[in-house]
Ligand binder design. Structure first.
Ligand SMILES: *Cc1c(COP(=O)(O)O)cnc(C)c1O
Length: 407
């Protein structure tokens, strides 16, 4: 059996890590129990099948944790992710959901790794998939499971995915009809943008899906509502995920699709955000700016590039002053390595102190590059609670949120 805790030393929390290691490099703290809880939540409460979108955090330890929690399907975006997940989880079902793929990647995925589900948003990509999966005699594959990606609005999301992929409503009916000719099983997928702060995002997307299907009049076997399920960050407190699930379920049932059609979702962020936090060390202080040893080219990519806020806490117990707002500089030699925050930390923070930065399991730990040589990071397992959680059951429904009454 897998025992992901074996690979890394286990500590109770970030303070224990600092006491034991006095680390000069950033340390990634992983919480398998938090990922397990998120996976169980989706498996038990989402009214369909949940796939994990591997790109949010492809750590093999996390993949094994999710598998052990019961997640069997994985959304992969590149041939490298196909190989990684296949090597880590030999029995997992892989779905290649990037709408633009290299022919060699499709071929290897289909023939070597047993991938049958592919997404597409154009006639060119459809032809590419059909050709790449022909057998030696040139016969087309009979078992392709194809998903047509629709372009939908990202207006409710913190990060847009609307510009790049997806076919327009005017092109969708013809593409669905064409794909149906080559597919053993045909789905429609979309992505409402990452960190969708309102369930209404999914209502709009499902309305668009309905229009495309009605116009195409083809049999649809699956609806994949994609990712976009939020996590919780400072200043971004989403409504409960149950509200998203309920509204998706309701609108899924109103679609003109096969009576046994499946409902899928592909969360990345929601399954992985609580998995990791990061310990950084303050190398220098200049007024309200702390120079830390991770940054824009490390796990704090979003903090620098899209001003994302992450929760922070000081790990020293001799800091006694009230909090003030700090900004962070990362370790590389350019001004862009700057995280404006603000990050509230004790006024008496100084060089040599340690900080824990939370909620970095999604699009955090995975973003580390080796730019300027700052790529070292130890990974350890910790057993305490993540700095925030959507799954602990103690998160009250925000009072101002009447989102379920909007329609
Ligand atoms: C990135 C991505 C996801 C995951 O999105 P989150 O916002 O992290 O939930 C799911 N599906 C596709 C096709 C993606 O590109």
């Amino acid at each position: 059996m897998h025992n992901s805790a074996d690979a890394h030393p286990v500590y109770s929390d970030a303070v224990a890590v600092v006491r034991a290691l006095k680390p000069d490099e950033p340390v990634i703290l992983n919480r398998p129990h938090a990922a397990t809880r998120a996976a169980r939540f989706f498996i038990e409460k989402f009214p369909g099948k949940s796939l994990y979108a591997v790109k949010a955090n492809p750590s093999p330890d996390l993949l094994r944790t999710l598998w052990d929690a019961g997640l069997t399907h994985y959304d992969v975006a590149s041939i490298a992710e196909v190989r990684l997940v296949r090597a880590t989880l030999p029995d997992a079902t892989l779905c290649f959901m990037h709408p633009i793929k290299a022919p060699g990647a499709i071929r290897e995925a289909y023939f070597k790794h047993g991938v049958r589900t592919f997404s597409l948003d154009s006639h060119e990509e459809l032809a590419k998939i059909v050709d790449a999966c022909r057998d030696e005699e040139g016969n087309p594959a009979q078992d392709l499971r194809l998903c047509v990606r629709l372009r939908v609005s990202s207006e409710h999301a913190a990060l847009s995915l609307a510009a790049k992929f997806g076919c327009d409503l005017t092109e969708a009916p013809a593409l669905l009809q064409d794909a149906r000719q080559h597919a053993d099983w045909l789905g429609v997928c979309f992505h409402v943008g990452s960190q969708a702060m309102s369930p209404f995002a999914f209502v709009q997307a499902l309305d668009r899906t309905r229009a495309a299907i009605a116009e195409a009049s083809v049999v649809i076997d699956m609806i994949d509502v994609g990712g976009g399920f939020p996590s919780v960050y400072p200043g971004m407190e989403p409504p409960p995920l149950e509200d998203y699930f309920q509204i998706i379920h309701q609108h899924f049932y109103a679609l003109p699709i096969a009576y046994n059609a499946e409902l899928w979702c592909e969360p990345g962020r929601a399954l992985s955000a609580e998995y990791s936090s990061l310990i950084v060390k303050v190398e220098k202080r200049r007024g309200a700016e702390l120079y830390i040893n991770d940054g824009a080219y490390g796990a704090l990519f979003d903090a620098a590039h899209v001003d994302w806020k992450f929760p922070v806490r000081a790990l020293e117990d001799d800091l006694i002053k009230p909090p003030m707002d700090f900004a962070f500089y990362g370790p590389t030699c350019d001004d862009a390595d700057y995280m404006p925050g603000p990050f509230a930390l004790p006024e008496d923070m100084q060089a040599g102190d340690y900080i824990e930065i939370g909620m970095l399991g999604a699009y955090g730990a995975v973003m580390k590059t080796s730019f300027n040589g700052f790529d070292a990071a130890l990974s350890v397992t910790v057993t305490d609670e993540p700095m925030d959680s959507l799954y602990r059951g103690d998160r009250a429904r925000p009072e101002s949120d009447n989102v379920v009454n909007l329609w």
